[in-house]
Design a protein around this ligand. Structure first.
Ligand code: ZN
Length: 470
């Protein structure tokens, strides 16, 4: 069947192949850094990460990935109360650091480039000038607006949503706080600001860019040739943000911004959309407070298809944690299993090949991680049965381990190196071993409990005691 993605542009799954370049060019709409990222956004970045990993590990393509960081924007200015640009940056920097730490915790590989909006103001101004030269923008009192009606006449506005202009756009007005524009559907490319406000010099006077223009400028500025291969973003950004990205790029260059538009679905919390007004905005810190680790969340995310709504509950997260532990302990068990028997080579090979085929077919089918993960868990069940029956021997172990590592290159849910226990815990385990050898089981038990209070479990294996994080 080959690799296919659901392309929102054409509302169907379409075969995806490498474009003109040597690498897949991929743009991800990044965060506005003014508050901790909520879980819905984090899900979107995990989905983008899985997509990228599948292109790299499943197909062997290089991926040139860019994710913007919006470090100048209305909410940032409102919340920072900054007087100048360095004040803004002092406010956004910790939020940005926190954001990337969250991604790292979730096993999201950092995109090759993470440009800031404030580093691309020149490119945005050039792009706006071209849009204006081509007749798709007009100036009012130092602000520049995109002329949606004019663009619609020429190219058709609403490529992703197939909007009926006027009817749909009026329903969700694109921006509602600007009076200079001619039509309610027009949006600001450049906003005039008083001389003493934070802003940049431009051909239209002192001001700052609109939000949508930054992605058009950075995608082209960082990735070069248009159209880029892939554009990824949350489904909530489809309108107006992505529609406007498409329109701006087309109006300026006559080119399409991207061949494929891939959208990640919402995360619901207890069946409701996550939102400030709902009071159910959860962050990674909330997850940690309940004793969960980021990898449990990643497991929850990959067990669902990125294009289906996922309902987050604490019970579902606990279920994902159990899944993670089942997979992890199978991996650890393979590492410890001596496999001194000859084993059943044919059974092991078949198990690996069947799983590999199922995994690849599922991932190629619009990144069906739910099915790919199910295939891996079937292997865990059958693999455990083989070990129990002494049918997995030393000759087969490396192949199973390697296959697991290969799937994990894509899913990113295994801890490959067991975390080393801190010195104090290791010392307790040693003391416990000594008391056990003296047959002082009461003392050994006391030490075991002490180890557990420190967040570790000690298991007695044939190779001696082993510490595992609880
Ligand atoms: Zn964007």
């Amino acid at each position: 069947m080959g690799l296919r993605f659901y392309n929102t542009l054409n509302r169907r799954k379409e075969p995806f192949a490498l474009g003109r370049g040597k690498a897949v060019s991929m743009y991800v709409c990044g965060p506005t850094v003014y508050a901790p990222a909520q879980l819905g956004n984090l899900r979107s970045y995990v989905s983008a990460d899985i997509l990228r990993r599948w292109l790299e590990h499943g197909h062997g393509w290089k991926v040139q990935a860019v994710m913007n960081v919006t470090d100048i924007e209305d909410k940032i200015l409102r919340d920072s109360q900054a007087k100048d640009l360095s004040g803004v940056q002092a406010f956004t920097k910790p939020h940005e650091e926190r954001f990337f730490a969250d991604l790292e915790g979730l096993g999201v590989e950092r995109p090759g480039a993470t440009p800031h909006a404030t580093e691309h103001i020149g490119g945005m101004i050039k792009l706006i000038e071209r849009i204006q030269e081509n007749g798709f923008a007009y100036e009012r009192d130092g602000s520049v607006y995109f002329d949606v009606a004019k663009y619609n006449e020429r190219y058709g506005y609403g490529a992703l949503q197939k909007l009926e202009l006027g009817k749909d756009t009026a329903k969700h007005r694109i921006d509602n706080d600007e009076y200079g524009k001619e039509s309610v559907q027009d949006f600001a490319l450049w906003k005039a600001e008083p001389e003493d406000a934070i802003g940049w010099r431009s051909p239209w006077g002192h001001g700052r860019p609109g939000w949508h223009i930054e992605c058009s400028a950075m995608a082209a500025g960082e990735l070069g040739a248009l159209p880029i291969d892939l554009h990824f973003g949350g489904v909530d950004l489809t309108f107006p943000h992505h529609e406007n990205e498409i329109a701006q790029t087309k109006a300026a260059t006559g080119e399409d911004l991207a061949r494929f538009w891939v959208h990640g679905e919402h995360l619901l919390v207890d069946g409701k959309r996550m939102g400030k007004s709902e009071g159910n905005m959860l962050t990674l810190a909330d997850v940690a407070k309940r004793g969960f680790e980021p990898v449990h969340l990643r497991m929850l995310f990959v067990q669902a298809h990125y294009r289906s709504k996922l309902n987050f509950t604490w019970e579902s997260l606990a279920g994902a944690k159990e899944s993670y532990e089942r997979l992890q302990s199978f991996y650890d068990r393979l590492g410890e299993h001596g496999g001194d028997t000859a084993g059943d080579a044919e059974a092991a090979t078949k198990l690996i090949t069947d799983t590999q085929e199922r995994f690849a077919a599922a991932m190629d089918d619009d990144l069906n991680t739910a099915e790919a993960v199910a295939a891996v868990f079937d292997l865990v069940r059958d693999g455990n049965a083989l070990i129990d029956g002494d049918e997995l021997g030393a000759d087969q172990l490396p192949a199973v381990l390697e296959a697991l590592r290969g799937w994990n290159d894509v899913l990113g849910v295994l801890t490959l190196e067991a975390p080393a226990a801190p010195a104090n815990v290791a010392k307790l385990a040693e003391e416990r071993e000594v008391t056990r050898q003296r047959d002082d089981f009461a003392e050994a038990d006391r030490l075991r409990k002490q180890i557990e209070r420190a967040g570790w479990t000690v298991e007695d294996t044939a190779q001696g005691p082993r510490l595992r994080k609880r």
